[in-house]
Design a protein around this ligand. Structure first.
Ligand SMILES: [Zn+2]
Length: 252
């Protein structure tokens, strides 16, 4: 397969190669992540300058060579999330989301869901209505859910009892979800209140167009953050470079 391909996607990584060239990784709807050369993209007069920057979203025309490498020929950029680029804190969050997507997506597989989720998370960052720490929690837990690592949020992992009436439960990432108080004796895990369980149900099941549309009380945010850390730590298995930057911001 070689020749021209048109894909819809977002630049999730961009690296300078030389005085004039860049290498980009685009998360595409049709074919997962694709690495491509953007030749001349560092020259101010280049058509490719804008489209080779991180967060650039639109239609990319790529040329696939016989050896399987790609070159960006042109791009029709629909948004580059200017409202994220304006704020250093937002940039780090956005870069972290891109790094997360880079680590957990593959090549040559449809990545429509992951791309839509990334797009929605960046839009939420841009809008600024939702706590950024919560945007991150929702993005990560939903990303892992779509990747086949959905935590069980409706029933106790041990006895199967519905959690709806439980005042307090425990989240155990290795078990894959919540444990009721009756079954939790001697187990380690993250203590969680009913509001946290409810928020988790919302995160794993709400349609994407309404997913980034809520805020929670501080105590719930703390519990959700601990659940996120446990779940991502167990199922993502990466050390994210940009995470350290977020930790610095979160302490402020
Ligand atoms: Zn139980």
């Amino acid at each position: 397969m070689n020749g021209k391909v048109t894909v819809t996607g977002m630049v999730i990584a961009s690296m300078n190669l030389s005085e004039s060239d860049r290498r980009v990784t685009i998360l595409t709807k049709e074919r997962g992540k694709i690495s491509a050369f953007a030749r001349g993209a560092r020259r101010p007069t280049s058509m490719l300058m804008g489209c080779s920057q991180i967060f650039s979203f639109g239609e990319f025309v790529l040329y696939e060579s016989r050896d399987g490498s790609f070159n960006v020929e042109s791009a029709d950029i629909r948004t580059s999330f200017a409202g994220v680029h304006d704020d250093l804190d937002k940039i780090y969050y956005g870069m972290y989301f891109c790094e997360f997507a880079l680590a957990l997506t593959r090549e040559n597989v449809n990545a429509k869901t992951e791309l839509n989720l990334l797009y929605a998370a960046l839009r939420a960052l841009e809008k600024g209505m939702m706590d950024r720490r919560l945007i991150r929690i929702v993005f990560e837990l939903r990303f892992l859910t779509e990747n086949g690592e959905m935590p069980e949020t409706y029933r106790c992992m041990k006895c199967g009892k519905e959690l709806i009436d439980e005042e307090h439960v425990l989240f155990n990432a290795k078990e894959g979800g919540f444990i009721c108080m009756n079954c939790s004796g001697g187990m380690s895990g993250v203590p969680a209140s009913r509001s946290t369980v409810y928020s988790m149900q919302f995160i794993v099941s709400t349609p994407l167009d309404r997913l980034f549309s809520f805020n929670v009380a501080d105590n719930v945010l703390k519990e959700l953050e601990a659940v996120r850390r446990a779940h991502t730590g167990t199922y993502a298995g990466y050390h994210f470079k940009t995470e350290e930057m977020l930790d610095i911001f979160s302490e402020q």
